[in-house]
Each structure stands twice: as structure tokens, then as C-alpha cells.
Design a protein around this ligand. Sequence first.
Ligand code: KIV
Length: 259
Amino acid sequence: MAVTTQQLIRWKQQRRPITVLTAYEYAIAQLLDQAGVDVILVGDSLAMVGLGYETTLPLTLEEMLHHAKAVRRGVKRSLLVVDLPFLTYQESPRQAIRSAGRILKETGAEAVKLEGGSPEMAETVRALVNIGIPVMGHVGLTPQSVHQFGGYRKQGKTEESAARILSEAIALQDAGAFAIVLEHIPAELAGEITQKLQVPTIGIGAGPGCDGQVLVTSDLLGLTGWQPPFAKVYADLQQTITDAVKQYCAEVQEGKFPE
Ligand code: KIV
């Protein structure tokens, strides 16, 4: 049965951990869906991991739509969530409705994700939810604010910053978000937020106390040379691909392929 946003909330109540992974193209999306991942996120990490940009900031809505459509074709069971790229929603709730509306209409995704939990962002979430667009929130280390943070640093380390992240998460829930990503914050803070919220928290670098976990799939697969310290590498595809490609080149050059 297809996963819904309501199902995620029931899983939180049942303490059934939620699995989330990123995908940017059809073949990987199909594998993740068939392997039983609950939520597939077309994250704006696409910018860095899939398109080679330095940060997530340059990613456009058109690029996101293009990739999300390909992912949709591979996803049958998982809930499909698509990130709103930088500056496609921060200007006003009206801008967010236009961008999120395009994502749902043109890609067939079930929900969008956006970063930040300021009072203005909570208003934007409310505006989207009011017209029937499900929203996943994202607080803590929000990569679209990398220049404000001065790097990809852990957030919520001081009492003041921890209190702000907690109140942002509550504000997003109250505005109607169906789940909230907690990125790179202390495990104790993530545990506290998880206990205080009725909607599920999805952690990345936020310890084991969240209702679910998300990883960037290329980190999990060892496809890139570098992974963040909190990622777990489950396979070494960089080596596997390099070996296969070298063998192919050698066999072509030696006249062994094609036979
Ligand atoms: O863009 C992304 O991949 C994300 C996840 C890491 C949560 O936002």
C-alpha cells in the first residue's frame, strides 16, 4: 500500500521507525521504492551531489522539476517529497504557493519540504497546508542558510539556539507541517523535540531519538569521496564503479570485449 502523510503520523504513535532516503533520478528511485523505503525525498542536495554545484543555493525550480519528474516515474509505494529550492518560497506565501503548486501539479509528488521555522516561514507553511499542499519542515542545520551559519556547523549547541530550534519545530507543527527534519543538532535536543511533537521527526546527524532517519543516498552507497561525519556508509560503490569501468576499458583495449 502507498505510504501517506497520515501513515507517518500513525507510525510515530506506534513507535515504528520511519526510513527516508534521497533520490534524483529514475533508476535509483525505483530501487529505493522496491527496497521498501518509506519516504523518497528529491532533496535540494541534488545541487551538490547530482549537479556539482558548490552549495544548494544555485538550484532552480526548473532543475528540480526535471529531476522530480524522473523520480516520480520510479516511485510506486513510497511517499514522494520534493524540496523547494532556495528563493522559490522565501519571498512570500504567494510565491511558495506558486512553486509548491508547480511541484505537485507537474511532478505528481505528494508533498514539499522547505527550510526554516521563523514566524514568517510558519505563515508560509500554513498558507500551503490551507490549500491542500502537505509540507515537511526542516530545522537545525538548514543548508540554504550556509552563508549565515558560516559553514555546515552543528546547530543548537547553546541554550539559546536549542530553545529557538525547539520553538521553530513547534511553530511548524502548529502551522500544519506533517513531519519535521532535524539536521545536525545534539541528540538530546532532537530527543526532546521528538517527545514534545505529535508529528514525526526525521533526523540526520541528530541521534537515535528521532521518529525516523534520513540519509543522502550517495553517502549511504559510498558514491562520493566525502561524507558528513554523521553519515553511515553501507557500500563502496565508488570503488565498485571504478573497478568495473577500468575492467571495461582494459577489455576494449585488449580486444576482449566484445567477444
Ligand atoms: O536536500 C536534502 O537531501 C535534504 C536531506 C539531507 C534532509 O534536505
